[in-house]
Design a protein around this ligand. Sequence first.
Ligand SMILES: [Fe+2]
Ligand SMILES: [Fe+2]
Length: 197
Amino acid sequence: MSELHTPHAGDDHAPDDDVVALLKRQHGDIRNLFDEVEACTGAERQDAFRRLVRLLAVHETAEQEVVHPYARRAFPGGEQVVEDRLAEEKTAKETLAEMDEMDTEDPTFMPRLVKLRTDVQEHARAEERYEFTHIYRNADAKTLAAMAKAVKAAEAMAPTRPHPGVQSAAANVALGPVAALMDRTKDAVRRAMGEGR
Ligand SMILES: [Fe+2]
Ligand SMILES: [Fe+2]
């Protein structure tokens, strides 16, 4: 089922000199990964879901560290737009943390996934419409490129979580919670941005 193994932005050869294009591609990857989770069962579903949790956690953390702070001051009303997006991201993070503990074969898993998908998609649409459009209008090419570089660093440096059943349960717990993954990603982005200065 390799055709179902959703690639991630950064796996392709796009130059990634524009943070808005990069984040929009990630929104596409997230949509495809939801499709993949829905299309699989058993261990494949579990694996696809782990990858979805990681991608979402890394994507949202990178936005929070890189683009939201820029958007706050880049255009009038930016402050409120960012507050609204942060509230949506907080809800998604809570749902992810809850679902992260779940067996993907649990009968309540799919209904929750469908709800999460709807929320995440509405959030992505709102970002593209109310935030990214303004970033793209206001940022020069150098700024767009620098932000893209930081987002890619987050993706590259965030820890990968082991496949459940392959690693020991203890190792999973150690790497486990979504919040810890987001914290590590935050550190990675901050290091990347510090180096760019
Ligand atoms: Fe977001
Ligand atoms: Fe996003």
